[in-house]
Design a protein around this ligand. Structure first.
Ligand SMILES: NC(=O)c1ccc[n+]([C@@H]2O[C@H](COP(=O)([O-])OP(=O)(O)OC[C@H]3O[C@@H](n4cnc5c(N)ncnc54)[C@H](O)[C@@H]3O)[C@@H](O)[C@H]2O)c1
Length: 351
């Protein structure tokens, strides 16, 4: 039995990942460490009744607690999802993005280095720490923006444009430095935009579904022609699983599904699926520094590790829209804020 520390496991991708892993394996114990910010929702995990799952409410910036968790839970693997993740919020208030996304990452790395007794020379050992690994879940946004052509490869220079993407790029650099300097066994994954169940409705797809359902205006930044490369969250989870088991130590892997869509295309697809009118669309002033286009070249992970996405965008988006329409209670609890009391109710603790 190996112990995986999943940080940020009450968020969108982390909660999907925990369920994916518990469904697939019975020889991993998952310790979900999450501080439960506004984006952390334990209701995402309320259907887990697995003895191999535990929840710890903690902040990745709290070095003492992180050390204790490593020791008490005998952590073998870290998968760091915990982050402030919303670009708009990073423009309003950058500082928490720097402390959580950069300092938090360094604190996790330090605990891993201490507990796993990592030595610089380990890097040259052929049996190199096969039993432990740190995975940093990063984003394609660290590469900045593309013009009309081209794709991001793992060697594209980092050129982040928002405080969010700058904090994620900085964290990637720290992870890389811990590998180069101390011999930390790491992988970095850089994924494109995810969609699927349990996404906090400040993000494009659940926001548009919710507003559309309630006949509310659909705010679209600028001309809506910003292009993103969309991947179903379960394909992101299978890619991280692949990197965990097959990824070569020290390597970065881009993850994407070759599904480039303009934001306005997605909005219109949601409107059509819900049989509403384009009149709901309201074009609003563009976000400052808004990247025009992202596109991921996934050749490395597909050819070297044999990963490929299982969803087509058409299947995935249909299933996702259905999920949000069929889970209106989850949606209402999130939008009303009552999900915040779930922790108190379940654990009888004031947070
Ligand atoms: N959503 C995407 O499309 C996407 C794409 C590529 C990469 N990523 C990356 O994947 C990761 C997860 O993204 P998401 O969309 O699930 O984000 P999310 O905002 O839904 O979840 C983040 C989680 O981290 C927790 N958290 C925040 N600060 C914390 C702290 N200091 N200590 C402990 N927990 C803390 C929150 O409570 C929340 O549960 C992030 O690192 C993000 O940068 C996301």
């Amino acid at each position: 039995m190996k112990n995986i520390l999943v940080t940020g496991g009450a968020g969108f991708i982390g909660s999907n990942f925990i369920k994916y892993m518990l469904n697939k394996y019975n020889d991993y114990r998952i310790i979900n460490l999450d501080m439960l910010t506004y984006a952390g929702n334990l209701e995402n995990l309320s259907d887990i009744y697995d003895k191999n799952y535990e929840f710890v409410k903690a902040d990745i910036r709290d070095a003492q607690t992180i050390d204790n968790v490593f020791r008490e839970c005998d952590i073998d693997i870290v998968i760091n999802f915990a982050a402030e993740s919303h670009v708009d919020r990073s423009i309003e208030d950058p500082q928490i993005f720097l402390t959580t996304n950069i300092l938090g990452t360094q604190i996790l790395l330090d605990a891993a280095k201490k507990y796993w007794k990592i030595r610089p020379d380990d890097k040259y050992d052929r049996e190199y720490k096969k039993n432990v690994k740190y995975i940093q879940v990063s984003t394609d946004e660290v590469y900045g923006a593309l013009g009309a052509t081209g794709m991001f490869t793992e060697t594209t220079p980092l050129a982040p444009n928002s405080p969010y993407s700058a904090s994620k790029a900085s964290a990637d650099m720290i992870v890389r430095a811990y590998h180069e300097t101390f011999g930390m066994p790491i992988n970095i994954t850089r994924c494109s935009n995810n969609y699927g169940p349990y996404q906090f409705p400040e993000k494009l797809i659940p926001l548009m579904i919710n507003n559309c359902k309630n006949n509310k205006q659909l705010p679209v930044y600028g001309d809506g022609m910003q292009i993103r490369d969309w991947l179903h969250v379960s394909d992101h989870c299978s890619a991280i699983d692949t990197v965990l088991h097959k990824g070569k130590i020290g390597e970065i892997y881009n993850i994407g599904g070759n599904n480039e869509k303009a934001n306005i295309e997605i909005v219109k697809l949601i409107i059509n699926t819900l049989r509403k009118s384009d009149n709901l669309i309201k074009y609003v002033q563009d976000r400052p520094g808004h990247d025009r286009r992202y596109a991921i070249d996934n050749t490395k992970i597909t050819t070297e590790l044999g990963w490929k996405p299982s969803y087509t965008f058409e299947e995935g988006i249909k299933e996702t829209i259905d999920w949000y329409l069929n889970n209106s209670e989850w949606f209402e609890n999130v939008t009303s804020g009552s999900y915040l009391s779930y922790y108190n109710m379940m654990y009888n603790i004031n947070c």
